[in-house]
Ligand binder design. Sequence first.
Ligand SMILES: Cc1cc2nc3c(=O)[nH]c(=O)nc-3n(C[C@H](O)[C@H](O)[C@H](O)COP(=O)(O)OP(=O)(O)OC[C@H]3O[C@@H](n4cnc5c(N)ncnc54)[C@H](O)[C@@H]3O)c2cc1C
Length: 316
Amino acid sequence: MTSEIAERLDKSGLHWTAGAPLKNYCHWQIGGPADYLVEPCSADEIAMARAIARETGLPSLVIGHGSNMLFDDQGYRGMIIKIGSRFSAARFDGENVYAEAGLWTPSLARACAARGLTGLEHAVGIPGNFGGLLFMNGGSMRQNIGDTVMFVDILDENGQMRRMAGDECDFSYRHSIFQGKNWIVLGAQLKLAQDDPEKIRRAMLSVLEERRSKFPLEYPNCGSVFSNDEQLYAQYGPPGMVIDKAGLKGTRVGAAEVSRRHANFIINCGGATSSDVFELIRIVRKEILERTGFVLKCEVRYASPDGRCDRLDLFL
Ligand SMILES: Cc1cc2nc3c(=O)[nH]c(=O)nc-3n(C[C@H](O)[C@H](O)[C@H](O)COP(=O)(O)OP(=O)(O)OC[C@H]3O[C@@H](n4cnc5c(N)ncnc54)[C@H](O)[C@@H]3O)c2cc1C
C-alpha cells in the first residue's frame, strides 16, 4: 500500500479499507486481500474512486455481489470498487423503473411485483446486484435483463457519464457491450408492463421453488460455471447434463467439488482455494472436450491478482 493512495482516499471522504479479504465479497467464499476496497454511495463517489485509481496508475475492478466471480487466493493488487447497498435506489414511474447499480436484484424484482409490474419474474432468484446483472445480461427461463432495458447510464474510461439506449448495449445471451469496455454501469431504466400482482407473486414463488429444488444452495457456489452453447445443446444438451453424463458429478480437487446435485455448479465444501477451482475446471473441460469435441466456456469470471478480469477459461 502506498501512502499517496491512502492519503488521497482519506482526503476524498470515500469509505475504504485496506486488505479486505475478498472471500467475504464473493459467493464462492474464496479470495485473498484486496489492497484497497472502496464502497461508494453515489455516482460522483464512483467517479472519484475511479479517478484516484487512474491517476495513481492502480488497476481497478468494479464488483457487485460477487456472485459470478472467482478471486485469487493472492487477492488483488489494486482497487476493488464495490457497488452495493450504498448505491441502490429505485424510482418508479408508471410502467418504468430506474434502478441504481447496487440494488439487490431479487429486491428489485419483488418491488416491481408489489406494484403489479411484470417482466422481472425470471430474475427474482438471481443473487447479484443490478449492475452485475446488466453487465452479464443475466436472466433465466430464456429471458435476459436486456429484453426490458430502455437505457443504461455508464461512466466511461475517461470519467464521463453517458447514457446508452438499450439497443446500443449489444445484449445477447450472457453478453453485453460492457464486457469489452472499461466502463462502470451506474444504473438503468427498464420498461415493464402492468399485470395482476397476485399472478406475478405466484410466478415468482414457482421460479424460486424450482431453483431451490435444482441448485445446491447449501454450499458456497457461483451459479453455473459453464455457459450454454447452442451447438453443444443441440447435440448433447446443456453443460450440466453433459458433465453429469460424463460421470463427473462428485469429482473433487481439494475442497472444490462438482456438485452431485447440479453438475454445472462447483461447490466449496469448506476452505477451497482458487487453485482447487482452476484445477477442477481444467479436468471437466478436458473430459468434455475428449467426449464431445466441444470446448466449454466459462460464465464465471476471474480477477487475477495483477488486475485483469475476464471469463475464467481465458486464464487457463
Ligand atoms: C446460486 C446462484 C444462482 C445463479 N443463477 C443465475 C441465473 O439464473 N441467471 C444468471 O444470469 N446468473 C445467475 N447467477 C450468476 C450471478 O448471480 C449473475 O451473473 C449476477 O447478475 C451477477 O451479479 P453480481 O452483482 O454478483 O456481479 P459480480 O459477480 O460482482 O460481477 C460479475 C461481473 O460484472 C462486473 N460488474 C459488476 N457490477 C458492475 C458494474 N456496476 N459496472 C460494471 N461492471 C460490473 C464485474 O466486474 C464482473 O466482471 C447465479 C449465481 C449463483 C451464486
